[in-house]
Write a protein that binds this ligand. Structure first.
Ligand SMILES: NC(=O)c1ccc[n+]([C@@H]2O[C@H](COP(=O)([O-])OP(=O)(O)OC[C@H]3O[C@@H](n4cnc5c(N)ncnc54)[C@H](O)[C@@H]3O)[C@@H](O)[C@H]2O)c1
Length: 348
């Protein structure tokens, strides 16, 4: 039986897994124009649509997006509609799906607290049943599947910065648990399908990512501050403001995801920018860059908000040869431009 090197969160166990199912012969075809057919679940969302842009730059890739448009939008993909190497399907991943593909980037899941708390039962179904359906598909067609997990699996971390070996400090019954625990189960399912059925898996633990096409007013801290600054409203900082976050620009994130998918290591691997800022620092930067006239206002916080968040990206650097390139000061103006266009307020 084939031995598969497994990095299961630091234990580096060697599993007696089955060899993976045979992939489609298309994957190695020299004659088809496109020999890699890639499924992106949640591809109409923020990170997903940037990933689709990048994947379609390569002439030998075909991309199929499935999305239920809960938080995503066709608008994000409009430049690809009618493109011969692109297909868009309205589909909810909690229902089974059968498509012939070689790679699956599994992103489908609401990522912002406003949306995942709106329907927590659906969020956990998306993470659990959705991931099982996608793994079932991968098993059937021999596809390699990458899960976009999250730094939220570390909960309110007792280790700083967070390495992949850290098992986390998560409240299993809190209002954020549908997302945090949902992603933890999704990771478990990935490893169980890998060990039991030999599925080729990759797990990325994504830290806060920002950039153009983020939902305006979705409650995430960067989009909130930028929308408020553009509209001339006070920047509302959740108390105490000293909580830290690390922000990765979306093009860096997409490069990291593709490197992980095409590399040899299954993960989990942290992908994020380790430059750490307090939420107050971020508010000040947005104010200085976008609208020095706005006020900063401290407001109440939500339960279980992590106090610190910073990835240790040693593995991503060493194993994937990946480091983020875009600093916060370079990325914020790119996002401002997109938000101004969508909100319809120019800089005067
Ligand atoms: N943006 C971040 O900072 C961040 C951080 C950590 C992890 N992630 C993960 O990355 C992925 C993408 O996040 P994003 O920021 O692009 O969020 P997003 O909300 O913009 O994208 C998620 C997409 O999934 C779709 N979706 C949701 N439920 C679905 C379902 N049941 N069936 C089909 N489609 C469904 C949505 O309509 C949307 O298009 C998510 O899995 C998220 O958990 C993101």
């Amino acid at each position: 039986m084939a031995k598969l090197e497994v990095s299961n969160g630091g234990n580096s166990a060697v599993s007696e897994g089955k060899p993976p199912p045979l992939p489609s012969p298309r994957r190695n075809s020299k004659f088809l124009q496109a020999n890699m057919r890639i499924l992106v679940t949640g591809g109409a969302g923020f990170i997903g649509s940037h990933l689709v842009d990048k994947l379609l730059e390569k002439e030998t890739n075909e991309v199929i997006v499935v999305d239920n448009y809960f938080t995503g939008s066709k608008e994000n993909l409009k430049k690809w509609v009618e493109h011969p190497r692109f297909e868009l399907i309205r589909h909810d991943v909690t229902e089974p799906l059968l498509v012939e593909v070689d790679r699956i980037y599994h992103l489908a899941c609401p990522a912002s607290p406003i949306f995942y708390k709106y329907n927590p039962v659906k969020t956990i179904k998306t993470n659990v049943i959705g991931t099982m359906n996608i793994l079932g598909l991968a098993k059937r067609v021999g596809a390699r599947v990458l899960l976009t997990s999250t730094s939220e699996v570390y909960g309110d971390p007792l280790q700083h910065p967070q390495t992949e070996e850290y098992w986390g400090n998560v409240n299993p019954i809190g209002v954020r648990s549908c997302y945090d625990e949902g992603k933890r189960v999704a990771e478990t399912l990935m490893f169980d399908y890998h060990r039991q059925h030999g599925i080729e898996i990759r797990i990325a633990r994504i830290f806060n990512t920002y950039g153009p096409r983020m939902n305006i007013d979705d409650g995430r801290v960067v989009s909130n501050f930028i929308a408020q600054a553009i509209r001339g409203e006070s920047l509302t900082i959740q108390a105490p403001g000293t909580q830290t976050r690390s922000f990765c620009y979306v093009s860096d994130m997409v490069d990291g995801l593709i490197k992980l998918m095409e590399g040899e290591v299954i993960g989990p691997i942290n992908i994020g920018n380790p430059d750490e800022f307090t939420v107050l620092d971020l508010a000040k930067k947005v104010k200085d860059l976008m609208n020095p006239k706005v006020e900063l206002e401290i407001v109440g916080n939500t339960p279980d908000d992590p106090r610190k968040r910073k990835p240790d990206i040693t593995k991503a650097k060493q194993i994937l040869g990946w480091t983020p390139k875009i600093s916060l000061l370079e990325g914020l103006p790119l996002m401002e431009e997109d938000f101004r266009r969508r909100i319809g307020l120019n800089k005067n």
